[in-house]
Design a protein around this ligand. Structure first.
Ligand code: B16
Ligand code: MG
Length: 212
């Protein structure tokens, strides 16, 4: 098995939890459309792109929209989500994240973000972690969403590492599939621990230090 030289982190659900902010923003859209949208429905949006998330929400009600109307709604949802992101502070990074990144940095491991979100950079800024990574691949730099491997392959390339030398940390099924498709071993956390393709499972990020 090749040595781990790089770690690529999914953002939302791994380093920070913004699900409640996504939920609040999508709930406003659902309400306007007369669609019942629960916290359980919101779980299905984890790791999924913005437009795919809207399609899942629309599948919960009898609403048919044109492509243009969908784009408008997705933009409105994002405007509200971005407003809600103002609430984030460095205290919102998940427990032990800052310390774990620091130890891995001292061990000489390269670290990158591989997120589907187009808001990854503003989120990282707000939680004080923008400078903690050697590279960022996110929704603004890719053309295909997870489970496509593009975001992880791009992150590895930016790190200057071969995929086999990188591992991915993911909380979503689509993300574990993307890691496997990229030829990378995957550490599953949260919901993704139920995915049989993950190489390791952890309950909290500091346990990553036992994997590397
Ligand atoms: P945005 P990740 C994902 O982030 C979220 O898990 C998912 O719920 C969201 O729909 C997606 O980003 C797109 O986010 O609307 O901000 O571009 O888990 O891949 O870091
Ligand atoms: Mg995630």
């Amino acid at each position: 098995m090749s040595k781990i030289k790089g770690i690529i982190y999914d953002l939302d659900g791994v380093l920070v939890h913004t699900d409640n902010l996504h939920f609040e923003a999508w709930s406003g859209i659902a309400e306007r459309l007369g669609i019942t949208f629960t916290a359980e429905d919101n779980n299905r949006l984890r790791g999924v792109s913005r437009m795919e998330s809207l399609d899942i929400l629309l599948s919960l009600g009898p609403v048919e929209l044109s492509a243009e109307e969908k784009l408008t709604l997705a933009t409105e949802k994002n405007d509200e989500y971005v407003r809600l992101l103002d609430r984030l502070t460095p205290g919102d990074a998940d427990p032990g994240v800052v310390e774990t990144l620091e130890v891995l940095w001292q061990w000489g491991i390269k670290q990158a973000i591989g997120s589907s979100s187009k808001n990854a950079v503003p989120i990282l800024k707000r939680i004080g972690l923008l400078d903690a990574f050697d590279a960022i691949a996110d929704g603004t730099t890719i053309s295909a969403s997870k489970p496509d491997p593009e975001v992880f392959l791009q992150a590895a390339e930016k790190l200057g590492l071969a995929p086999a030398d990188c591992i991915v940390v993911e909380d979503a099924f689509a993300g574990v599939d993307a890691a496997i498709a990229a030829g990378m071993r995957c550490v599953a956390i949260g919901d993704a621990t139920a995915h049989e393709g993950a190489t390791w499972t952890i309950q909290a990020l500091p346990e990553l230090l036992n994997v590397v």
